[in-house]
Write a protein that binds this ligand. Sequence first.
Ligand code: PMP
Length: 281
Amino acid sequence: TLIYLNGEKVDYENAKIHVEDRGFLFGDGLYEVIRVYDGKFFYLGKHMERLKKGAEQIYLELDFGPDTLLETIKKAVKESGFKDASVYVQVTRGTAPRQHAFPSNVKCTWLIIVREAKPQPQEFYENGVEAITVPDERWTRCNIKTVQLLANCIAKEKAKRAGAYEAIFHRGDIITEASSSNVFIVKDGTIFTHPANNLILHGITRFAVLELIKNNNFELREEPFSKEKLFAADEVFLTGTMTEVMPIVKVDGKIIGDGVPGKITMKLIEDFRKLTETVDC
Ligand code: PMP
């Protein structure tokens, strides 16, 4: 594990932030998780873009200079020596006496943690995994990748306790996304996923998979779909930086389709693998 805090390399024991850091007090910050495959960044530029957009939306000034973060990430990954890595990036509004309204003249806190990435068990991709559904109890600005993840953490814990891999959110009757991934379904050859609005995180993997779907000329509809439609789907899969493309074969104990990863899902898993071998931007 390699850590950079505010641009300085620090060892694990000395990687400390102040008790009045607004990330700690208010969850007032943003994060990204970026994957490195065999030394190649998987859409680092897109992650930086999303962070910048999020910062604008919460009036967070990224005061370390636009290239500094990018360069420090690259330097950190190089120094780590890890060919396959996950890079956790967090930026908070900084340290100031506790008050809800934003402080003036504070510097944001920025953190980079590089870890060796361990691929998930191959049998997950071959056999598929299970999910549960939970009410989406988050706020309505889910497109902002804030560190305030308590609702997501509770949902994932529920999945864990149920012996499932992931928790799929429904807002009323509509499936939005999952606790740390986006959700796709396939019905009669058409792929459905929730539109990229304020109710979901606009996943980088979601973006990459949409490109793969277009390249395959698969029918795609970015529109909201119901919980009922999820259960009636032929195929269900998740997308996420650490999740990649993950087939779901059971939801709330009910078998999806034939109970095995579907054809379209398998094709997208294969295409995604190839993409990770080529993309470096
Ligand atoms: N939705 C949520 C709620 C997430 O936390 C994540 C992963 N951070 C995703 C979707 C997937 O996004 P990405 O493909 O950029 O990892």
